[in-house]
Write a protein that binds this ligand. Structure first.
Ligand code: GLN
Length: 277
């Protein structure tokens, strides 16, 4: 008789070395995806693992152990209130980015708002906001056409309408157009050792790396966004915790006011908002 799924998960979980990337939760989520079942059914049902499924499962484990993010292997990731299709053309949406969503939803209740999400990737920020505020006009741009294809798939999957544009930051837009400009741009330095770490090593370099300093794209966006925001429009930027002070000074220099840092669930300054006047 073949092995059961439950036995296989237990056995694999015990045999993983400490230096391997996989966690037992990863194994459980891979199994759920492979058999298309809920996690609650995983151990309560008697499921036999045939040779074909076992080979598929082993290949998923091998991918994960080579540092590929779980979201790419499963092909999906939840973000805020939306389920997103994900592949290696886009960053895996992170819980830290939900810090921006939370603050925006608490701060803006207006019916009509014109919003731009720069570097949308999978469409995570845009779609989470659109689902919460259906009347808002949301424009989502990316330099990568492949990323825009995924954002489009995700907008259809979630039945949410956003306007997609291929653009190098603000190039495709008209000045004085937006009440809110939001971005989670690349903000890692090109020689940062983290780039070789679990997960990051498989994500698109262009979505992670900004240049030798890491802060280049954040500066470009801060500088240009002023012209594209309406009077009293807000800029929201995600950044690395160690960039918080530098970015605050630069936004002040550029003439933004009411500059406020946003703290993520780890207690780190992860985003900043600033008012353009
Ligand atoms: N958030 C990513 C990280 O810290 C960095 C790149 C980005 O999100 N813009 O791993």
């Amino acid at each position: 008789m073949g092995q059961t799924l439950r036995e296989f998960i237990k056995e694999t979980s015990c045999s993983q070395r400490k230096d391997q990337n996989i966690q037992s939760l990863d194994l459980e989520l891979m199994a759920c995806s492979l058999f298309d079942i809920d996690r609650s059914k995983l151990f309560s049902s008697y499921i036999l693992l045939d040779q074909k499924r076992k080979a598929q499962f082993l290949s998923m484990i091998q991918r994960r152990n080579s540092g590929e993010p779980l979201a790419y292997i499963l092909g999906e990731k939840d973000f805020w209130n939306v389920e997103l299709e994900i592949n290696d053309q886009v960053l895996v949406p992170r819980p830290e980015t939900e810090t921006l969503i939370e603050d925006i939803l608490l701060s803006f209740n207006q019916h009509r708002l014109s919003v731009l999400d720069l570097g949308t990737g999978s469409g995570a920020i845009s779609l989470a906001l659109k689902k919460e505020r259906e009347e808002w006009n949301i424009f989502s741009s990316d330099f990568s056409e492949k990323a825009l294809g995924i954002a489009k798939t995700n907008s259809l999957k979630n039945d949410l309408h956003i306007f997609l544009a291929c653009s190098n930051w603000l190039n495709a837009f008209r000045p004085n157009s937006f009440d809110l400009i939001i971005s989670n741009p690349p903000y890692i330095k090109d020689d940062d050792l983290r780039l070789e770490s679990d997960g990051l090593s498989h994500e698109p370099r262009s979505a992670l790396i900004s240049g030798p300093l890491g802060i280049e794209d954040l500066y470009t966006i801060s500088d240009n966004a002023k012209d594209f925001l309406k009077k009293r429009g807000w800029l929201y930027l995600e950044h690395a915790p160690q960039q918080a002070e530098e970015l605050k000074f630069s936004l002040t220099d550029l003439g933004y006011i009411n500059i406020t840092q946003l703290i993520d669930l780890n207690g780190d300054p992860r985003a900043i908002k600033a008012l353009s006047v």
